[in-house]
Design a protein around this ligand. Structure first.
Ligand code: FAD
Length: 670
């Protein structure tokens, strides 16, 4: 972690003031010293390889060069993983660390072009393929003899997958499907790696057989020749162009003109087509939820990781940057002394911990539910689906907002690409849209909440994440006054969520009297989203309170006290951000708000000298941060000028444009 250069005294002085053992926090955060050792080993193994280092910052490369460099590195990384595995080291976790997360994004600042192969193509074959199909494809895919993507979204449809227009028509004579893109809006659009990287895809298409449409089904389709990589006959393929971020993912488009694939290429674990064209319905559609939820857990973990990078950069910079005397005639303070600056960064640091804890909580819940599923028990599946939808939406929304605030907290220098915020933001904001657009995610959770409300009103027992609705209906907590503590704030959120769900349901029912149920839901959408968000915020707080209480039993008093302060800061900030809902629904008064405001200010002050230990404890080496403002040594001005000197324009004193354009132009006006 330590840098070879001399540490800026402003930062080393700050480090001396931290009251807890930073390594103890790191071990707690990564759940054990063994995990920390493994993390550090992997970081060193990959980041010390000169072939994976970018001599010229990739932001100076052309779009094409960036892509080619990313493919080169993707191959190197997979080969290095195989090298590790040959030494008996590491399993699937290594792939997770390198495809996204902090290590993956240190190597691929704008993401890895073959990530979708591992996180969607392979899991799709495992989840939707029969054992014969798995035997045929998995080892070739796992060894990267073929590289695939997941092609669902089209130009015309993303969210509404039933509206997809690509067709797969079964021909019983040849025992083949014929794939077609009947119009421009049916072009596949967005799949990662589809442009020029992959040669296979899972294509989601409308299945037609014996003159009937049987809805969307997954097909495995070869797109390019395995030797020449040329697109196969009838396949039109390319890249969709530059994006806000993730520019090395090579998202592509794809169209089919009478492309034939054999019957065995429809993934048939669930629905089936027989040789004569007969369609056999799947036994249960819920079985397909598994992959989606797994990906959402990964997204939550990634949000914590990406935000932890942004807060580390913002906080370290704030402890070496001096600006604007607070009192006249006094020296300029570190900008962290401005209380408004503390408020920009400290709550975001608390969010990192809350998101990480909740991701792990969700992961345990996912494993429990999958275990129940294997025994044929589907009871908790809708609950898991509902909570994973709103968590995905809240955590990606909040992470995107927080990363942007971190950037703003570093003033003008944060706007430089070398500060590192742009790539982090590109990764985070993309997750607000992919794997289920956030508004739609909130609405899916709301649908579940309304169903639970109806059940609770009928006296039925509810599953744990919604059991607070039963308490509310029984009038157990509706009269309680607001209490300023994490558990008090949690109760207030549960009360507000319950009342908002009740109110949304009331308005929904009123509208259903003169509108169709669907249009009534549409008209009630704003309130439903609000209810869903309150429910989710309550869950995040509840999970964190429970896990922190349990996991800090063995920690030192000093660390426990700082984690308690962070939890309080998180909950107080949350309450202040939602005063509208809490005043309306949760017995909050204006004097409660005044008290919360004082608590917030007191907590910022309390955390002021310990907070650096938390970001240092996230344990991100400089290469992971990839930021001139966030290095461990805090020598930001030296870093800034060194980075500027890497600009290709600075490699010569006079650029040719002077002789070509500026000089003739300037002299012509003599
Ligand atoms: C970086 C990135 C990577 C991606 N990778 C892949 C990939 O590998 N494979 C793949 O198949 N796809 C991929 N996608 C596509 C992604 O899954 C879709 O963009 C996403 O599902 C949203 O669909 P859409 O773009 O059609 O938006 P739309 O569905 O058109 O949404 C536009 C607006 O309409 C609103 N809206 C839509 N429906 C409703 C509703 N029912 N109620 C209320 N509001 C609604 C939305 O909230 C949004 O504001 C990727 C996208 C991105 C950005």
């Amino acid at each position: 972690m330590t840098s070879a250069t001399k540490v800026n005294p402003d930062l080393s002085d700050e480090r001396k003031k931290v009251e807890f053992d930073v390594e103890e926090f790191t071990n707690w955060y990564y759940k054990g010293a063994e995990n920390v050792a493994e993390k550090r080993f992997l970081e060193n193994f990959f980041l010390s390889d000169p072939e994976l280092e970018d001599k010229v910052p990739t932001s100076y490369l052309s779009h094409k060069e960036k892509y080619e460099n990313a493919v080169r590195k993707a191959v190197l990384v997979v080969n290095k993983i195989k090298e590790l595995q040959a030494d008996g080291r590491g399993g699937v976790d290594i792939y997770m660390a390198l495809l996204g997360g902090t290590l993956g994004t240190a190597i691929f600042r704008e993401a890895n072009p073959i990530t979708v192969h591992f996180v969607m193509f392979l899991p799709a074959i495992m989840n939707h393929g029969t054992s014969d199909q798995q035997a045929e494809w998995i080892s070739r895919a796992w060894n990267c003899n073929i590289i695939g993507t997941y092609a669902q979204t089209e130009l015309g449809h993303g969210t509404y997958i039933r509206g997809l227009e690509t067709t797969a028509t079964y021909d019983p004579k040849s025992k083949e499907f014929i794939l077609n893109s009947p119009n421009l809006t049916s072009y596949k659009w967005w799949p990662g790696g589809l442009g020029h990287t992959t040669n296979y895809a899972i294509v989601i298409a409308q299945l037609h057989s014996l003159g009937k449409c049987h809805g969307i089904q997954p097909f495995i389709v070869q797109l390019r020749d395995e030797e020449t990589h040329m697109p196969l006959k009838g396949i039109k393929i390319g890249e969709i162009g530059n994006k806000v971020g993730m520019n090395t993912v090579n998202n592509g488009f794809l169209a089919f003109d009478n492309v034939r694939i054999p019957l065995k290429n429809m993934l048939m674990k669930n629905a089936k087509v027989l040789e004569d064209g007969q369609f056999i319905k799947p036994k249960s559609s819920v079985l397909t939820y598994g992959t989606m939820m797994f990906v959402r857990v990964v997204i939550l973990k990634d949000m914590a990781s990406y935000l932890s990078k942004a807060v580390t950069i913002a906080l370290r910079y704030s402890m070496v940057r001096r600006q604007s005397p607070i009192e006249p005639n006094k020296p300029e303070p570190k900008i962290i002394e401005h209380v408004t600056q503390q408020y920009k960064i400290f709550p975001a640091i608390a969010k990192v911990i809350v998101f990480k804890i909740t991701a792990e909580f969700l992961w345990d819940m996912y494993n429990q539910v999958t275990h129940d599923l294997d025994k044929g028990d589907l009871e908790r599946l809708p609950e898991l689906h509902a909570i994973s939808c709103c968590l995905k939406a809240v955590c990606t929304n909040e992470a995107a907002q927080a990363v942007e605030i971190c950037r703003l907290s570093t003033g003008g220098h944060g706007y430089l690409n070398s500060a590192g915020f742009q790539d982090i933001y590109g990764m985070v904001t993309a997750a607000q849209t992919y794997e289920g657009e956030n508004t739609v995610m909130f609405l899916q959770t709301a649908r579940y909440l309304i169903k639970c409300w109806e059940k609770a009103m009928n006296g039925e027992k509810l599953t744990p994440t919604v059991s607070y609705l039963e308490n509310f209906i029984k009038g157990r907590n509706s009269r309680q006054s607001f209490q300023n503590s994490p558990s008090g704030i949690l109760k207030a959120f549960q009360l507000a969520a319950a009342k908002k769900i009740a109110e949304s349901n009331k308005h929904l029912e009123e509208r259903k009297k003169y509108l169709s149920p669907e249009e009534a839901t549409n008209q009630t959408g704003l309130e439903l989203i609000n209810a869903s968000e309150l429910h989710c915020q309550a869950f995040l707080l509840q999970a964190t309170i429970e896990v922190l209480e349990d996991s800090t039993k063995q920690t030192s008093l000093q660390l426990r006290s700082v984690l308690k302060d962070l939890l309080e800061l998180y909950s107080v900030d949350l309450a202040l951000r939602y005063t509208g809902s809490l005043l309306e629904f949760a017995n909050m008064t204006s004097s409660d708000i005044e008290f919360l405001q004082r608590s917030l200010e007191a907590l910022l002050k309390k955390l002021r000298y310990n907070i650096l230990g938390i970001v240092d404890g996230f344990d991100h080496p400089d290469q992971i941060l990839g930021s001139v403002l966030g290095t461990y040594d805090g020598n930001v001005y030296e870093n800034l000028i060194n980075a500027a000197m890497k600009s290709p324009l600075n490699q010569e004193d006079v650029n040719k444009s002077f002789h070509l354009y500026l000089k003739p132009f300037m002299k012509s006006n003599l």
